[in-house]
Design a protein around this ligand. Structure first.
Ligand code: ZN
Length: 257
């Protein structure tokens, strides 16, 4: 009987020593992604508690299917986190509401910036405002692409979804460029200057499309997507890392997740 059980479900019958090895392997593969996955989640849901829950759930699922799942650790983690966070928001109304204090969405990471000279805090804020205004579904894909460097393939998008992602990025870049032109470069073009006051977005967009000077000015701005990619990672609490990666060992009990 025991032999049958052992061969039938080798991974269910985790013996402690094999499990310790597995845990170590799991930690070395998954630990490096914790900060990025947390940042991804917290920027979607807008608050720490819910993001922490979602990250806990994501790594719990990963541990349960470890080591059977494939090599694409980052892709699996992020797509799981994406499903978890978007699901959680369907049952919530007050997202992006409370608990914004203590969260620094618009801090810039000096190491990620292509040209530090052109960055400033108000640009980061403008970019993050535009990103927060996107539907969460669209934002989550844009974030995977420009903040976490996953290709549409790695995210598991089919062609239609990949095209939609490309459109989201264009839309995002255009929205931010219009804002930038309107706030920082209106003096360069008298027609633009006239249109900024009534703040008609469609008119502004049209003007920028047909005016060579405005287009040139816009092309000198940093890419808004690059700015989004340069926002500093929001770190999870230390206790979350301990909970996910050390808990079984510390308590001397294996396979808690
Ligand atoms: Zn112009």
């Amino acid at each position: 009987m025991e032999a049958v059980a052992a061969t039938a479900a080798p991974t269910k019958a985790r013996d402690p020593r094999a499990l310790a090895g597995e845990l170590e392997a799991f930690n070395s593969l998954y630990r490096p992604h914790l900060e990025a996955v947390y940042d991804f989640a917290v920027r979607i849901v807008g608050e720490r508690d819910l993001a922490t829950d979602m990250v806990r759930q994501t790594f719990g699922l990963a541990w349960r299917s470890f080591p059977e799942q494939g090599n694409d650790v980052a892709g699996r983690l992020f797509t799981t986190a994406r499903v978890c966070t978007l699901d959680s928001l369907r049952y919530r109304r007050d997202r992006n509401g409370k608990e914004r204090e203590g969260l620094h969405f618009t801090r810039i990471d000096g190491h990620r910036v292509p040209d530090a000279a052109v960055f400033d805090q108000s640009l980061a804020e403008l970019v993050w405002d535009a990103a927060s205004a996107l539907p969460r579904e669209a934002y989550s894909l844009l974030a995977l692409h420009v903040r976490h460097d996953l290709s549409p393939d790695a995210i598991g998008l089919d062609r239609t979804a990949a095209v939609r992602l490309a459109r989201t990025r264009e839309f995002f870049d255009r929205e931010v460029s219009i804002r930038l032109l309107a706030t920082r470069a209106r003096h360069r073009c008298s027609e633009l200057d006239i249109l900024v006051a009534p703040d008609d977005k469609r008119e502004l967009a049209q003007q920028i499309r047909r005016c060579k000077r405005c287009r040139e000015t816009a092309s000198r701005f940093v890419s808004p997507a690059a700015v989004l990619g340069s926002l500093a990672t929001i770190a999870p609490s230390r206790s979350l890392a301990r909970e996910i990666f050390n808990r079984p060992r510390r308590r001397g009990v294996f396979g808690i997740l």
